[in-house]
Design a binder for this molecule. Sequence first.
Ligand code: MN
Ligand code: MN
Length: 320
Amino acid sequence: MSNSDLFQPLGGNEMPRFAGPGTMMRLPAALDAVGLDACFIGIPLDVGTSNRPGTRFGPKQIRAESVMLRPYHMWTRAAPFESLRIADIGDVPINTFDLKDAVRRIEAFYDNVLTHQVIPITLGGDHTLTLPVLRSIAKKHGPVGLVHIDAHADINDRMFGESIAHGTPFRRALEEGLIDPNHTFQIGLRGTGYTAEDFDWARKKGFEVTQAEELWHKSATPLIDSIRPKMGNFPVYLTFDIDSLDPAYAPGTGTPEIGGLTSIQAIELIRGCRGMNLVGCDLVEVSPPYDLQGNTALLAANLIFEMLCVLPGVSFRMDD
Ligand code: MN
Ligand code: MN
């Protein structure tokens, strides 16, 4: 803590873990992204979901379960708060009565955030939100590479006739030139489809798709180690749908699929993003009403800390 300009999470010896501010990691709340290197943003959206609702409560519950997070990573020795100025800038005021207007509001919010040199880390919210975030990100960085970890491809053309929904964002993102298909990697896809070729649309467009079965009983590290050099210095967005995990680990989500990733594989995938030029991350689809023990939100909070620890510019104590 050499640099007193940097914000620190409120520690458990200063204020009991079950008390104090309701921000992510009990960091200072900021009104905007001025002077920040990274910021947490909540998007309490669930009007884009197709099955169980409840992700509107995701950001609040992830923040609640983040109280156990301490500032140092005890395996990688990442020390994000020693080199980055990080705060929680609160929630996007979405319109819960109008999904299209909610999407417009999210894009406008991120346009404002991204007038600053800051990496947004988003707490979702259903996966619809990644489309407006990518629209804003692409205005700043151009088409980005994508690491998309999910049980679902989210490349539907229409859902109930609608072009905007939580199962369409990556189809729209490709059509709109927000992502580069040759730098897009989908990991963890599985389950039943409408046709046997559902995931092949993405493959034909140039996405590299790794289905969950390819990772069963294995470490996910070799896969992400193979992706990292393909990204090079390309700007990369990491989008993590919590339903990529098996429902045994993450039951609190709207569209669960069996045979998913373990929490250890999820950690391996995020740790393997260290060295990528990450320009933004999100963790989506946590639905607290279906998360009866709070494990899903606890896992999500920890995975978001893992994301923080692989951002460009994070210092590592072993580098001292
Ligand atoms: Mn998804
Ligand atoms: Mn999903």
